[in-house]
Design a protein around this ligand. Structure first.
Ligand code: CMP
Length: 150
């Protein structure tokens, strides 16, 4: 069997899941799946920060609602690392729409609908790199500074 490359991905536990006290349960799923938490913080996004993060969706009809939801309460943002971390995280989350997400997935168990869907995860290596840098400085991520040449 060929092992997947070790990757990093950005995870956001969204305001709906934070509000219902599901942060720990969601982070436990990542760890149980072999994803290491390299960095973690709880923050309340400003409107400008949420608009910037979701700028790729700015022409979509749901953009303003999405920004309002993402700023409605604190979120818990983390950097996850492991073999095939991007796809693994997306498997753990399940489909974007919580109404279609099976039980046992994060969005199925903790989300409500397509907007209140409990979690976000990067969709590709390039977006992961951009999204991680959006939230975390290199010095906040375990392993980044250690990997620099002495
Ligand atoms: P996320 O993975 O955070 O990336 C973009 C988000 O936009 C997505 O999860 C959904 O929460 C939201 N989204 C995507 N499509 C729709 C839609 N049709 N209506 C409302 N929200 C949507």
């Amino acid at each position: 069997m060929v092992m997947a490359d070790v990757e990093r991905t950005l995870s956001i536990v969204k305001p709906d899941a934070v509000e219902k006290g599901a942060t720990g349960a969601i982070l436990a799923r990542f760890e149980e799946a072999g994803l290491e938490i390299l960095a973690l913080k709880k923050i309340r996004l400003t409107e400008q920060q949420a608009r910037g993060f979701y700028a790729v969706h700015k022409e979509r009809p749901f953009y303003d609602d999405l920004v309002a939801f993402m700023t409605s309460g604190p979120v818990v943002v983390s950097v996850l690392e492991g073999p095939g971390a991007i796809a693994r995280n997306r498997e753990l989350m399940g489909p974007t729409n919580s109404e279609e997400a099976p039980a046992g997935t994060i969005r199925g168990d903790f989300g409500t609908d397509i907007e209140r869907n409990a979690a976000h995860g990067s969709d590709a290596p390039e977006t992961a790199r951009i999204e991680i840098a959006y939230f975390f400085d290199a010095m906040e991520i375990v392993g980044v500074v250690e990997a620099l040449p002495a």
